[in-house]
Design a binder for this molecule. Structure first.
Ligand SMILES: C[S@@+](CC[C@H](N)C(=O)[O-])C[C@H]1O[C@@H](n2cnc3c(N)ncnc32)[C@H](O)[C@@H]1O
Length: 238
């Protein structure tokens, strides 16, 4: 039954619907890589790409999986650092943008699918050596977030490093929300504008529970560094 009880008391964000409202060439706007409505400066994008390359130790022989890849505007900047690439995203629209602008088969491919469905069904998970989830993890539902870390650890056995970037830090939510105080419900909601906020301790518990070790970092001076962090997940030494 639907009714007042189902109404959420926080603003909601659906990336697919949101991206469709923007011009086809507003690639950074479509994935909300903006500050005060304007696309972030290209120097910030370069620093994000550098952090991903360095964190993952991307090498020419790598096969890279990017979950929650959006329209591929960020992914394609990594194409020259790996041998093959698959980007997966829930949004049919964003994947259509990625396919029309950046796909180059057979090596660089995009697929429209939800993260957990894809991770459960990928027929040859062992082909991937590195994985990325940039700016997307907070938008996975809590069960999907936990299950995706388990599936990546258990099925994608050759993925040595997993870079999960731009995570909203619950300890610093007040540094982002300077003009209003979000409800507890909003901070825990994957379909809110920022997604689920987690402390580093909470994130580490989630990652450790799936088998991963974690190292945290951030890019000083990055437009979002005052309220977000990056996490590099790696397999424990035997
Ligand atoms: C902020 S965008 C980031 C896109 C890209 N990684 C980037 O950094 O430019 C967040 C993306 O997460 C995707 N997403 C949200 N929930 C998802 C899910 N359950 N499975 C796959 N993708 C999801 C959205 O469709 C959206 O494209």
């Amino acid at each position: 039954m639907s009714g007042a009880k189902d109404q959420k008391s926080y603003p909601k964000l659906d990336y697919d619907q949101y991206a469709r409202t923007l011009p086809a060439d507003d690639l950074w706007g479509q994935v909300k890589r903006t500050v005060a409505g304007s696309p972030v400066d290209s120097s910030h994008i370069e620093r994000i790409v550098d952090a991903i390359r360095t964190g993952l130790q991307l090498a020419p022989g790598d096969s890279l999986l990017d979950v929650g890849c959006g329209n591929g505007a960020l992914s394609r900047l990594l194409f020259d650092s790996c041998r093959e690439f698959l980007g997966v995203d829930l949004s049919e629209y964003l994947i259509s943008v990625a396919k029309s602008r950046f796909e180059s088969l057979p090596a660089f491919e995009f697929l429209a699918q939800g993260v957990v469905e894809y991770l459960r069904k990928e027929p040859t998970p062992e082909r991937f050596t590195k994985a990325l989830c940039y700016g997307s993890f907070a938008y996975f539902s809590a069960p999907d977030a936990a299950e995706s870390l388990h599936l990546l650890f258990d099925r994608f056995r050759n993925v040595r490093q997993l870079f999960i970037g731009n995570l909203p830090d619950l300890d610093r939510a007040a540094d982002f929300y300077t003009t209003r105080t979000p409800s507890e419900e909003e901070l825990c909601a994957h379909d809110s504008p920022i997604g689920i906020w987690r402390t580093k301790d909470e994130f580490a518990t989630l990652a450790n529970g799936a088998g991963w070790q974690v190292r945290f970092s951030s890019i000083p001076g990055l437009y979002s560094a005052h309220y977000r962090y990056d996490a590099l997940l790696y397999r424990p030494a035997n």
